[in-house]
Design a protein around this ligand. Sequence first.
Ligand code: BJ8
Length: 429
Amino acid sequence: MVGRLDTKELRSMWSGLGMNLELHDELLRSSHRMFAKTHLWQKNRPRSMELFDTALHDSHGQRVAEILDYRERGGKSIGTFCIYVPDEIAHAADVLPIPLCGGSGWSVTYADGKLPRDICPLIRSTFGMAFSGTCPYSKLKEYPLGETTCDAKKKTWDLFGIRAMEVPQKKNPVDRDLWVQEVRKFMDDCVALTGREITAENLRGSIRKCNEKRRVLSRIGDFRKLDDPPVSGLDALLVSQVALNMDVDAFIEAGHRLIAELEERVLAGESAYDAGGVRVLFAGTPSPMGFAKMHWAAETSGLRVVADESCTGIRYYRGQVPEDLETVDGMVEAIADRYFGIDCPCFSPNTERLDNLEEIIREYRIEGVVHTILQFCHGYNVEAGAIDGRLSKMGIPSLKIVSDYSEEDGEQMRVRMEAFREVIEAGRR
Ligand code: BJ8
């Protein structure tokens, strides 16, 4: 357990990691300003959201100190960029997966010159942080591990010599076999890093822990199905964002505290929202902090974001791994199958996603869908057309917004969200 670091100690830690302190101060100022704007206007937040606010602010500070301490005690870690990397296996081998996806508009231009400007801002932002010396995790890993999802990512791994797991592009039996082999290889690589043998017992323990984390997220999601959700879409998104990097045990504990409070709020009839509002689903690319402006624009325009289907939403926690399997082999296959079920648009065809969306729309009584798409993400952008085909059969209106992590278009987005709310309200009459 690492004691809480004061400002002087944090700065000395960042210097020790070779970071550019001046630029990092700028990055922190920009993130804090953005967070205050997008989240702190909310009037009736659950008290326990403080735990997640702190975890978010700690992601470049106290969390880094925890990981440094863990590594000094002999622990190993790898950097990841996608939810296809199976946490269960990494944890069972005592390897800590650190999510490296950037999500700040501030760092995007620092990738210019090394990456084209007309590719996804998620990739530019991630590498912009590394190139500007503002990513505290640059030195905190044995290696970064990419994955063969979209073209922009694949070519970036090639350019910088980053190894990658092969995620197949189709879901036929032959693709499933390939994926199981990749997961086995990942296990061998993790074991080679730490020398810790993976036994049925430690793998089962790791499966249970990851399942519990998903159960917590799913339970928080369930509260959003209520007529008057006790937690806002903005705060539910924050919980998911934090879940990616927070220590798993600490996250589970904080999640249970939030759940207990939400139960009390439901009994007391306390909602996160004012009366009225239209229930919408956000569908599309992952939403790191730089994209929370979309939730802000919606929830300050009378829309209630009651479900997120993205990798910072239901896609991250849907599907569990059975906990009663006997052998390591059986567990590895079950883990591979759970991850193979993820419905990312990198798959062709991806009808699973349409079916999953239909189910979410029914369960959460969705009145409209907002496609939130990161600029230059062709997978999500093109797939929105297929989704709209399914939505029109269900009589559900949709709105597509393509944007990046910059702050400039926030007001313009609010105008579009307000107009969308009016369309849905008019349809109710
Ligand atoms: S499972 S969505 S985390 S790949 S937004 S970099 S796809 S151009 S992030 Fe993703 Fe895994 Fe799929 Fe989820 Fe490319 Fe699109 Fe950028 Fe993306």
